[in-house]
Ligand binder design. Structure first.
Ligand SMILES: Cc1cc2nc3c(=O)[nH]c(=O)nc-3n(C[C@H](O)[C@H](O)[C@H](O)COP(=O)(O)OP(=O)(O)OC[C@H]3O[C@@H](n4cnc5c(N)ncnc54)[C@H](O)[C@@H]3O)c2cc1C
Length: 437
């Protein structure tokens, strides 16, 4: 049996940030990670010409203060993300590809309705306190309501509904018909905006060395990170905590930090943890999404006045320029089953055909492509949380809180997910554990 002050389960951004702060606070820490690498949902591979290709989390925004602070501490560099790419957005639905702010199928009546929807949204947002979303007087109703139902309630036309659905599919965290209005509004408010999702707050920056380098850099500074060591059991006893790995090794500690997504958390046996805590921890569901990346010599889309940013109704829900000559794309949950059902060569061919439909035939001949199926990865079991109608109330106010000596962190433990959520909650868990709270 090994002994530590704290065992951290999971070496994603959250677990690593927690371990780093715990060690800085003088604790003896052991990190146990199921995969043979650190980073979790941030992962990078070496592409052609040495480009570092991101297969997981990629961009951050000005509102992501914890993440930006950590990047500074690690001596890494922030640079502009796709938002500075010249050219215009593209929208693709069956039968049409439109370049520019408004697609051709949006009528003047749709534009008018869109303004009214924004006004109605501003009222919802004003009812939520970013520092205490739980105090919202209308929380239960807003959580029960799907974004789609609310849009119809406030007079959205079919064109506006379709625009919102396209935009939600592009983020791949669930259709407007399967997303809680409260969850959507809470995330928007916490990002510091009074209108709908603002890319400046959420997506305007990226780490020049590669977002997965943040995880690698943190791990380099830690004393004891055990890879390929899945945890099976966590027991909270009066004498301390006992963590048992799949191989049967036992790690004894004063505290344990759970830094795994809710899917894998359901597969761990917990003992000595309250029923309410476990119910909350395991209640979240994840959007099953995949990422597809294609690397080219040059950003060929620029000659057509496009910025490689798109919202689509094909097998891909969105594309954006990851870096010079590289296109990232997401396969949203609504299309995931159809994507995974095909064998890998067919998936690649169909994804490239869609990119060619958007940006021209040069898209069909990339230097290399990568596909990462996050939805069915056993150690992620999804991409980000999909807050369905009613889920905020069902997960309840224990979300993101601790039950000492059990501490909980991870992007799914923050109201909005993202790499920011991982770092913020990881550092928060370490601070709470060091203070014994
Ligand atoms: C395709 C994709 C694109 C994304 N894009 C962005 C983006 O652009 N910007 C952004 O901010 N966010 C983005 N995200 C979200 C962001 O990457 C994640 O929210 C964040 O990285 C999660 O960090 P985490 O530490 O909370 O969880 P994870 O990274 O999932 O880490 C959990 C760790 O626990 C390990 N683990 C699981 N079970 C066990 C077990 N039983 N025993 C031991 N270890 C275990 C896992 O292997 C993993 O390493 C994206 C995510 C994906 C998948």
């Amino acid at each position: 049996m090994t002994r530590a002050d704290a065992v951290v389960v999971g070496a994603g951004l959250a677990g690593l940030a927690a371990a780093r702060d715990l060690e800085a606070g003088g604790a003896q820490v052991t990190v146990v990670e199921a995969r043979p690498r650190v980073g979790g949902r941030v992962e990078q591979v070496q592409g052609p010409d040495g480009r570092r290709i991101q297969l997981g989390g990629e961009v951050v925004g000005s509102a992501h203060t914890s993440y930006l602070g950590l990047v500074g501490e690690l001596g890494l560099t922030l640079t502009s993300s796709y938002v500075t790419e010249p050219g215009e957005i593209t929208r693709q639905i069956p039968g049409s590809v439109d370049i520019g702010e408004w697609p051709s199928w949006c009528t003047p009546a749709d534009r008018e309705a869109s303004v009214k929807v924004q006004e109605a949204l501003a009222k919802v947002l004003a009812s939520i306190d970013p520092d205490d979303p739980w105090s919202c007087p209308d929380l239960e109703r807003l959580d029960r309501l799907s974004v789609g139902d609310w849009l119809r309630e406030v007079g959205a036309t079919p064109g506006v509904l379709r625009l919102w659905e396209l935009s939600h599919l592009s983020l791949s965290d669930g259709s407007i018909e399967r997303q809680s209005l409260f969850a959507y509004a809470r995330k928007t408010v916490v990002g510091g905006t009074t209108g709908s999702y603002d890319v400046e707050q959420w997506e305007n920056l990226r780490v020049a060395e590669g977002s997965a380098t943040v995880a690698l850099r943190m791990a380099e500074g830690l004393r004891d990170v055990r890879l390929a060591t899945p945890v099976r059991r966590v027991q909270i006893k009066p004498s301390g905590t006992l963590v048992t790995t799949e191989a049967g090794e036992q790690l004894h500690a004063d505290a344990v930090v759970i830094a795994v997504p809710s899917g894998p958390a359901r597969d761990i046996d917990f003992e000595g943890v309250s029923h309410a805590r476990l119910a909350s921890l395991r209640r979240q569901r994840h959007a099953w999404a995949a990422k597809f990346v294609a690397a080219y010599d040059e950003p060929f889309w620029r000659t057509r006045g496009q910025n490689a940013l798109s919202e689509c109704e094909g097998i891909l829900g969105s594309t954006w320029p990851q870096q010079h000559g590289v296109i990232s794309a997401l396969i949203p949950p609504e299309r995931y089953a159809a994507f995974v059902a095909a064998e890998p060569e067919t998936r690649t061919r169909e994804a490239l055909a869609q990119i060619a439909d958007l940006y021209g035939s040069q898209a069909s001949t990339p230097l290399q492509t990568w596909t990462r199926l996050w939805g069915t990865d056993p150690w992620a079991q999804g991409y980000v949380t999909n807050w369905c109608p009613g889920d905020v109330m069902a997960v309840g106010p224990l979300h993101g809180t601790h039950e000492p000596p059990l501490y909980v962190c991870g992007s799914d433990q923050w109201v909005a997910g993202y790499m920011e959520g991982a770092v913020r909650t990881g550092r928060g868990a370490a601070a709470a554990a060091l203070a014994g709270k």
